[in-house]
Design a protein around this ligand. Structure first.
Ligand SMILES: [Zn+2]
Ligand SMILES: [Zn+2]
Ligand SMILES: [Zn+2]
Length: 371
C-alpha cells in the first residue's frame, strides 16, 4: 500500500519499552540471529466436535456445573465452569503469570475456564463478530461479579492460550479467568510507570503512544491534480483501526508478531467498556487475528487482558479506590502474543527478549493483508 517502503534493512538494536523501561528487547533481524525454528511447533487441533472432549456440547456432565452459559440452554455458545484441573496445571511453564498465583490459590483466588465457543477447534478469526462481542461481554460480566464478590480481590486476569505452542493442554478453544488478591507483576509495573509518567507529563502514556502511531498516518496530495503524491509511514504501527479501538504493533515488541488492542479514547478499566462498543472491539479483534493468521499461517498465541487493578482489602473508602487513583494514568489493553518460536537459552538466561522481525515491517505486513 505505501509506495515508499524502504528496503528491508537489517537492524540490531535494543529497544526500551516506553511503558516499562526495565523491559527491553533486542531487535536483531540478521539471518544469523534466528536460532529459533517455527516449523517444529505442533499444529493445533481444528476438529469441530470431539466425542471425548469435556468441553464439547453433550459432555456437560464431564465438567463442574456451569457458572454461566450463553444462552442458558443445551445449545449454549459460551459456557463457563470452575477449572477442572489442578490450578495452573496446564499453564505452569508460563513465566508471565507465576507471580503470586500460588498465594492466590491457597488463599482466596479463583480459577475459572470459559469455553469460548461450542465448536471444538474454531479460531477467533473464524467466530462471528456477534459471538466475539458476546464473549467480551462474558469476560466483563465475570470480572465485575468477581470484584463484587470479594473486596479483597485486586485483580482479575483474563487470558487465553491458543494452540499447543502457547501452552494450551486442552485443545478445545477456551479462555481462563484468575481472580487474585495481588496484582501480577507485569501489570503492576505498567500501572506504576504510567502513574509516574502522568505525574510528570499530565497525560496518559498509552494515549500518547496511540496519538504517535496515528500522527504518522499522513498522505500528501498533489495540490493541482489531487492525486496522491506521497504517503508518509502510513500509520507505521497501526495494524487495524476501528471506530473505538485500535490494534497497534508495539515499538519494542517482545514477540515477532505481538499486537496490542486498545480503546482509542482513554479508558482505564475494561469494566467501563459500554455494551454497544463491544461489537467494534470484536471486529478489530477478529480482523487482527485474521491478519496474524494469514501472515503466520495458523496463529498460536497467548492473549492477556490488562486492566486497572481494583482496591483490594487495603483500599481506603470507596469500592475501588486504587482503580480511581489510576483512572487517568492507566489505559486498559489486550496483549496478543503469537508464539512462532521457542525461547532460546539466551532469552531464558538473560530475560532479554530477542525479536528477529523488525516491528515496523511486521506492522506493514499485517496491515497489507487483504481481508
Ligand atoms: Zn471440544
Ligand atoms: Zn489513555
Ligand atoms: Zn500490558
Amino acid at each position: 500500500m505505501s509506495d515508499n517502503q524502504s528496503a528491508p534493512n537489517e537492524i540490531r538494536e535494543i529497544r526500551i519499552n516506553p511503558i516499562v523501561p526495565a523491559e527491553s528487547v533486542l531487535v536483531a533481524t540478521a539471518r544469523s540471529m534466528r536460532p529459533k525454528k517455527a516449523e517444529e511447533l505442533a499444529p493445533r487441533d481444528t476438529r469441530k466436535h470431539v466425542e471425548t472432549c469435556p468441553f464439547c456440547r453433550g459432555n456437560e456432565d464431564k465438567t463442574p456445573p456451569a457458572i454461566l452459559a450463553w444462552p442458558e440452554s443445551a445449545d449454549w455458545q459460551i459456557r463457563m465452569v470452575e477449572n477442572l484441573y489442578p490450578v495452573l496445571g496446564d499453564d505452569r511453564e508460563q513465566a508471565s503469570f507465576n507471580f503470586g498465583l500460588q498465594q492466590t490459590i491457597d488463599g482466596y483466588g479463583r480459577h475459572e475456564v470459559i469455553i469460548d465457543h461450542h465448536e471444538h477447534g474454531i479460531a477467533v478469526q473464524e467466530m462471528a463478530e456477534s459471538h466475539l462481542a458476546a464473549l467480551f461481554g462474558v469476560y466483563q460480566t465475570r470480572m465485575r461479579q468477581l470484584f463484587e464478590s470479594d473486596p479483597r480481590l485486586k485483580y482479575v486476569l483474563v487470558f487465553k492460550n491458543f494452540g499447543p505452542a502457547a501452552g494450551a493442554s486442552i485443545p478445545h478453544t477456551h479462555s481462563q479467568v484468575i481472580a487474585m488478591p495481588v496484582v501480577p507483576e507485569n501489570v503492576e509495573a505498567e500501572v506504576r510507570n504510567s502513574a509516574a509518567h502522568y505525574a510528570k507529563h499530565h497525560h496518559c502514556i498509552f494515549c500518547a503512544l496511540i496519538d504517535e502511531a496515528l500522527t504518522f498516518e499522513a498522505t500528501i496530495y498533489d495540490r493541482n491534480s489531487g492525486a496522491v503524491r506521497r504517503k508518509i509511514n502510513v500509520g507505521q504501527y497501526v495494524v487495524e483501526r476501528g471506530e473505538k479501538f485500535i490494534a497497534i504493533k508495539p515499538f519494542a515488541s517482545r514477540y515477532e508478531w505481538e499486537v496490542h488492542i486498545l480503546p482509542l479514547t482513554h479508558q482505564a478499566d475494561f469494566l467501563d467498556v459500554r455494551g454497544e462498543d463491544m461489537a467494534d472491539l470484536a471486529r478489530v479483534m477478529k480482523r487482527t487475528m485474521a491478519r496474524l493468521d494469514a501472515v503466520i499461517g495458523g496463529a498460536q498465541y497467548n492473549f492477556f487482558l490488562h486492566s486497572v487493578p481494583h482496591g483490594g482489602k487495603d483500599a481506603g473508602q470507596g469500592a475501588s479506590s486504587e482503580a480511581g487513583v489510576h483512572a487517568a494514568s492507566y489505559h486498559w489493553h489486550l496483549e496478543i502474543c503469537p508464539r512462532t518460536s521457542i525461547p532460546t537459552g539466551f532469552e531464558l538466561g538473560s530475560g532479554l527478549f530477542v525479536n528477529t522481525v523488525n516491528p515496523e515491517q511486521a506492522a506493514e505486513r499485517l496491515r497489507t493483508v487483504e481481508l
